[in-house]
Write a protein that binds this ligand. Structure first.
Ligand SMILES: CC(=O)[C@@H](O)[C@H](O)COP(=O)(O)O
Ligand SMILES: NCC(=O)COP(=O)(O)O
Length: 243
């Protein structure tokens, strides 16, 4: 059995359902505790600038209630930096955000935003918050992460997930190569976006990948089999792929 591959469960879309009625149900914190009980190694929550799902109160409640690490996903803004420094989550993953996007559409342009990201990465690291950059599996972005002294990159798997089985091999190679380049440079490798029971295996099998962040699919599955069972099944798929 190779190193334990961590599973971060993203609970954004529990908050999407909650916000549909403006009530407090279902509670993302309860979902996080169920996921933890079922074997999640961490919880990911994306506090978007438009608060379309996770709210500031959710982050405060999660920070108080969780006994496993919280990974706060955030845009590279002063507002979000202030919130991260106030709550001091275990980790912060800097992601690109466009208000009109339905979901994250690609990776952060770390190469093009070095001067903007540098002080943010430094401030988060100085607060002992493990910084991750959500980037495309592109050597330019990996090299930029090295220059920014980011300890972690999370490789965007969205394109891989959107391609059909035949076309997927090239993108999987790109992800594997980016993972190897990052690891060679001392950067911890995570991956996420769009992962499901059916497509997680080849990503989980990449030896340099240490953590997967998975949300939308698991919350969808939870509607049919329950969140605990969905998390246990994903854990099993990951372990089977890892060998
Ligand atoms: C960065 C990423 O792929 C996700 O973690 C992100 O949270 C997706 O945004 P939504 O959850 O708003 O779809
Ligand atoms: N960073 C990826 C994540 O947290 C979850 O993405 P998804 O599984 O909701 O697409």
């Amino acid at each position: 059995m190779t190193d334990h591959l961590r599973l971060g469960v993203n609970i954004d879309h529990v908050a999407t359902v909650r916000n549909a009625r403006g009530s407090g149900y279902p509670d993302p914190v309860r979902a996080a505790l169920v996921a933890a009980e079922a074997g999640a190694d961490g919880i990911t929550a994306h506090l978007r600038e438009d608060r379309r799902h996770i709210t500031d109160a959710d982050i405060a409640h999660l920070s108080e209630a969780l006994t496993i690490p919280l990974n706060l996903e955030m845009a590279a803004t002063e507002e979000m930096l202030g919130i991260a420094l106030r709550h001091r989550p275990h980790a912060a993953c800097i992601v690109p955000e466009r208000r009109e996007e339905r979901t994250t559409e690609g990776g952060l342009d770390a190469a093009g935003q070095h001067d903007h990201l540098g002080p943010m990465v430094a401030a988060l690291s100085a607060a002992n918050i493990r910084v991750s950059l959500f980037v495309e599996p592109d050597p330019r972005q990996i090299e930029a992460a090295v220059r920014l002294c980011a300890p972690v990159v999370e490789l965007h798997t969205g394109r891989y997930c959107e391609l059909d089985e035949e076309a997927r091999a090239g993108e999987l190679r790109r992800i594997a190569d980016a993972a190897a380049l990052a690891a060679k440079n001392g950067i911890e490798v995570h991956a996420g976006h769009g992962l499901t029971f059916d497509n997680v295996g080849p990503i989980a099998a990449i030896p340099q990948v240490r953590e997967l962040n998975i949300g939308h699919f698991l919350i969808g599955e939870a509607m049919f089999v329950g969140l605990g069972e969905a998390v246990r099944r994903m854990r099993a798929e990951m372990d089977a792929a890892r060998g």
